[in-house]
Design a protein around this ligand. Structure first.
Ligand SMILES: [Zn+2]
Length: 279
């Protein structure tokens, strides 16, 4: 149903090969690597280091081809944290040469560098599996090549029974169109709020319609207010005092009215992912 296309020198993207009807499951992918839920970055890195040994050459080759911006990779390397963690993992592991002597010097550095690269690829491409990473995180070949848009035409979700990441069309997609998902997983946010997380995590400066059109941004602000008001109503607490204009929802009737308005705004922007269902 889909194919990988080379966009510019390093970027790849996924395009529809045929017309895909809304609701179609485009793909159901097994992870190349999967890690159990972790609470710290150290734990995550140590999990990746432990996985490296079990990977076949073919799997390593496939991981090597995943998108990885050299600029971001260099930034991560410069910070030194990942490299230090990987070094201490291998120092405590005490790898041996075939003659039984301790592996060190150039040979060890080569292994460390390979694992550092893998850690960086993981950091940049991994997907949280389930709500708040309940089932851990994973790295996927096809999904890693799908681009981001704040007005996506597809939606991804971890299926713990199938043990696969499924990708579904949320609109009719024509043959030749690019597939986009929303990396942030959150729709009811303003351009600035989305921009901060997109840049911090993926170094993305998004140019989608919602990020370039002021009128759409106004709609997103209204959606944010409704979303906050509904969350406060649901939890029985007061909304974030820093936000102005959040509607006060005192009765179920008012809450229903706010939810209906939110659904209307989501539909108007063709945002037919999970948020519409929740609302
Ligand atoms: Zn955007």
């Amino acid at each position: 149903m889909v194919e990988v296309r080379q966009l510019v020198a390093v970027d790849q993207a996924i395009f529809a090969k045929v017309d895909i009807a809304r609701g179609t499951r485009i793909a159901a992918e097994t992870p190349l690597i999967m890690l159990p839920p972790t609470t710290t970055f150290e734990e995550e890195l140590s999990g990746i280091c432990k996985t490296v040994d079990s990977l076949t050459n073919e799997e390593l080759k496939e991981l090597d081809q995943l998108p990885c911006s050299s600029k971001v990779a260099d930034e991560i390397r410069e910070r030194g944290f990942v490299t230090n963690q990987v070094w201490s993992f291998y120092k405590s592991k005490k790898l041996k040469n075939s003659d039984g002597t301790l592996l060190k010097g150039k040979k060890l550095r080569k292994i460390v560098n390979k694992t550092v690269n893998l850690c960086i690829t993981y950091v940049l491409n991994n997907v949280q599996l389930g709500p708040s990473g309940k089932y851990g995180s994973g790295l996927f070949s096809l999904y890693s090549r799908i681009g981001h848009s704040c007005v996506p035409n597809a939606f991804n979700c971890w299926n713990p029974i199938l043990q696969r990441l499924t990708i579904h069309a949320i609109h009719d997609i024509k043959a030749g169109q690019q597939i986009f998902v929303n990396y942030t997983g959150i729709t009811c946010r303003t351009r600035n709020q989305r921009g901060v997380s997109l840049y911090a995590v993926w170094r993305i400066v998004c140019n989608c319609a919602a990020c370039t059109d002021d009128a759409i941004d106004q709609l997103r602000y209204r959606m944010l207010l409704l979303d906050q008001a509904l969350a406060a109503y649901q939890l029985g607490v007061l909304h974030d005092p820093h936000l102005t204009g959040v509607p006060k929802l005192a009765t179920a009737q008012q809450a229903l009215g706010a939810a209906e308005e939110l659904v209307k705004l989501l539909k108007r922007q063709r945002l037919c992912g999970m948020e519409i269902r929740r609302a």
